[in-house]
Design a protein around this ligand. Sequence first.
Ligand SMILES: Nc1ncnc2c1ncn2[C@@H]1O[C@H](COP(=O)(O)OP(=O)(O)OP(=O)(O)O)[C@@H](O)[C@H]1O
Ligand SMILES: [Mg+2]
Length: 252
Amino acid sequence: MSYALEARDIVRHYGHVEALRGCNFTVKAGEVTALIGDNGAGKSTLVRILSGTEQPNGGEILVEGKSVVFNTPAEARDAGIETVFQDLALCSHLNAVQNMYLGREVPRKGFMGKLGFMDYDAMRAGSEEAFRDLGATVRSLTANVGSMSGGQRQSIAVARSAAWASKVLFFDEPTAALGVVQKKNVLDLVRRVRDKGIGVVFISHSMPEVLDIADRVQVMRRGKTIADYKASETNLEELVGAMTGRLDEVGN
Ligand SMILES: Nc1ncnc2c1ncn2[C@@H]1O[C@H](COP(=O)(O)OP(=O)(O)OP(=O)(O)O)[C@@H](O)[C@H]1O
Ligand SMILES: [Mg+2]
């Protein structure tokens, strides 16, 4: 069986900083894999590369066993890969519905659509459904998201990506800015997305959260994945040991 998504030997440097030094990473369909590692381990860099936001200096990316090159985020999205970034990528001058359908606007049927008019009712209904699905409290669909709280913006970004992902969904610290109830909603949503057969990648610094949500845990340290555990067969001590290098003799 091939992986939904696989990274092989990915290298990425920024000047003299080697952010990724031959990093391997795998995502299986219908599974939540947590990607953990200390600050600066290279998690977000790996996500940017696997979502087409940045290009690697070396290595290979495979989607369902086929080698691919993502030159842009749109190419990754077309391959079914969606991302909720650590630093949110919402347009603050647009409202929730416009953000939801950014780059995927639904044209009106017939002649008006050909003239470029949008089917706003369809997009509003689709947005409402996505937010309901998430249990997100988006108070207004018409207010610009720039006027919303960090947590509300986070909910919109999560709902948008979950609604469009067909193969893989990356969450880079999705619950960091959220209150208790919204945090639980995001974790519930992650499970629902997984149960639809999508491969979910969950980045978090909260080990209890990771052990709660993940089926598998891949550990990154200094630009490489150094361990791959079944969540049911590992524990907090082992994960912290791998992240900090206390298990050095086993890995690199
Ligand atoms: N745009 C950039 N320019 C220069 N260096 C960068 C850039 N992005 C990341 N780095 C460096 O690459 C390394 C990996 O950073 P990255 O953001 O991927 O880590 P991370 O694992 O996501 O950390 P955190 O848990 O703090 O989010 C760090 O040393 C960082 O300083
Ligand atoms: Mg990061």
